[in-house]
Write a protein that binds this ligand. Structure first.
Ligand code: ATP
Length: 370
C-alpha cells in the first residue's frame, strides 16, 4: 500500500436494512444489492453492508405477524431501509399494506414520499410528441395522513345497512411540513416551479386547509413559482403538456395515483423509484420501487430491476453519497441506451442480464485501470 493510500481517511460505512418481502420484490432487491456492492467495491469511496429482514407475507402466514415484537426497534438501528414490495394473492391487500409498509412509514414519520420521473436515455415515452427532457418531474406525496390516515370504521357488520367510513384527515402541522419540503425540492431544481394539486372545489374542508397552508408557506419561498391544479385537470396536463410541469405536491391518495400515471408516461412502472423520507432524520428513511409484487411475472426472472437501481441511487444521495448516486444513475441510463432492457421496455433482457450489464459498466468506467 502506498503511503498516500495509507493516509487516506476510511470510507464512510452504511448499514442498510433490506426487506425484499414479496413477489418480484425479492428479485429486484437482490439485483440492487449486487449493484450497490459492485459500486462500493469499485469506487472505494463508501462501504455498505446489508442486514436482511425476513418480513413478508410468507412470514405473516407462518407467524401471524409481518413484523415481530421489537422489530421496529431493530430496524431503527440502520442508516436506511431498502424495501422490495408487499402483497400476496392469499392475504388481503389492506392487511399486508398496513401491517408492513405503512407500519414502517407511519412509525418512522416518513412523511415525505418523493417520486422522481423522467424518460431515460434509450427508452421511449408512449406520448408521441414527448421529446427527451420534456418529461422530468418530481412528485412529492404527503405520506402520513390525508386519505390514508386510517381514520374511520365499520358498523352494522353483515347487515344490509352495513356502513363504512374512510375519513381523510389533514392537520395544519402535516400540511405545513409537506409543503415546506415540496417548496425546498422545487427550489433545488432548475425551473423552481411547484404545482400544488388539490380538489378544494368538491372537498371543502381538508382540501381548503391544504390550499390555505400552501399559500402561507409560499410566502417563505418568493423565488419559487407556484400554480394550482385540480387533480382531475392535472391528469390531462400530464398527458398533454408534460414540459409545463416540474415539481408537484399532492395528497397521499392523489399523488399515489398521479405517480403511477407519471411512471407509465415515462415508459414503464418498472423504472419508477420512490423514497419515504423522514426529513428530520430522527428515523431511517425507506427506499423502494413504486411497483408492487407483480404476481403475474414473479419467479420468471423478467422483472425490470431499474426502478430499484434508481431507488438505490436516491438512497445514496440521501445518505450524502452524491457522486456515487449520480454515477449509478448514469450507468443505468447507459445500459438502457445500449438496448439492454427488459420486456416492459420493449427488450428481451432478463433481470440478471440488466444487473450484470450495470455491474460491468460500473467496472469498465470506474475500475482500477481507469
Ligand atoms: P400494487 O397493487 O401493490 O401496486 P401490483 O403488483 O398489483 O402492485 P403494479 O406493481 O402496479 O401492480 O404492477 C402492475 C403490472 O405491471 C404488474 O402486474 C406487472 O405486469 C407490471 N410490472 C410491475 N413492475 C414491473 C417490473 N419491475 N418489471 C416488469 N413489469 C412490471
Amino acid at each position: 500500500m502506498s503511503p498516500s493510500a495509507a493516509a487516506a481517511p476510511p470510507a464512510k460505512s452504511y448499514s442498510i436494512a433490506s426487506i425484499p418481502a414479496d413477489g418480484i420484490g425479492t428479485e429486484v432487491v437482490e439485483a440492487a444489492i449486487t449493484v450497490l456492492k459492485t459500486l462500493s467495491e469499485t469506487l472505494g469511496t463508501f462501504a455498505i453492508d446489508f442486514t436482511h429482514f425476513d418480513w413478508s407475507s410468507e412470514t405473516y402466514k407462518k407467524t401471524g405477524k409481518y413484523i415481530p415484537d421489537g422489530g421496529l426497534d431493530e430496524l431503527k438501528k440502520h442508516d436506511a431501509i431498502l424495501f422490495g414490495a408487499v402483497g400476496a394473492p392469499d392475504v388481503p391487500d389492506h392487511i399486508s399494506l398496513w401491517s408492513l409498509r405503512l407500519a414502517i412509514c407511519q412509525t418512522f414519520q416518513q412523511y415525505a414520499n418523493v417520486r422522481p420521473t423522467k424518460v431515460f436515455r434509450g427508452t421511449q415515452s408512449p406520448l408521441r410528441n414527448c421529446k427527451a427532457g420534456d418529461l422530468d418531474w418530481v412528485i412529492v406525496r404527503e405520506n402520513s395522513e390525508g386519505e390514508y390516515a386510517g381514520q374511520g370504521g365499520r358498523s352494522h357488520r353483515g347487515q344490509p345497512w352495513e356502513t363504512a367510513t374512510e375519513v381523510a384527515m389533514f392537520t395544519r402541522h402535516g400540511v405545513e411540513r409537506i409543503m415546506r419540503f415540496a417548496f425546498e425540492t422545487a427550489r433545488s431544481r432548475p425551473l423552481k416551479l411547484l404545482t400544488i394539486v388539490t380538489k378544494s372545489n368538491a372537498q371543502r374542508n381538508g382540501m381548503v386547509l391544504w390550499d390555505e397552508v400552501a399559500a402561507e408557506v409560499a410566502k417563505e419561498f418568493p423565488d419559487v413559482t407556484t400554480d394550482k391544479m385540480l387533480v382531475d385537470a392535472m391528469t390531462c396536463r400530464m398527458v398533454l403538456k408534460p414540459e409545463s410541469i416540474d415539481t408537484i405536491v399532492a395528497t397521499n391518495l392523489q399523488a399515489d395515483i398521479l405517480s403511477d400515471l407519471a411512471a407509465a408516461l415515462a415508459g414503464s412502472i418498472g423504472i419508477a423509484p420512490t423514497s419515504n423520507l423522514d426529513p428530520t432524520r430522527k428515523n431511517p428513511s425507506m427506499f423502494e420501487p413504486i411497483h408492487g409484487s407483480a404476481f403475474d411475472i414473479t419467479g420468471k426472472g423478467i422483472a425490470n430491476p431499474v426502478a430499484t437501481f434508481w431507488t438505490s441511487a436516491e438512497m445514496l444521495a440521501w445518505l450524502g453519497e452524491h457522486d456515487a448516486s449520480e454515477k449509478l444513475l448514469d450507468v443505468v441510463e447507459r445500459v438502457c441506451e445500449k438496448g439492454i432492457v427488459t420486456a416492459d421496455l420493449g427488450g428481451t433482457a432478463k433481470t440478471v442480464d440488466v444487473t450484470n450489464a450495470v455491474c460491468e459498466e460500473i467496472r469498465s468506467l470506474y475500475g482500477e485501470s481507469k
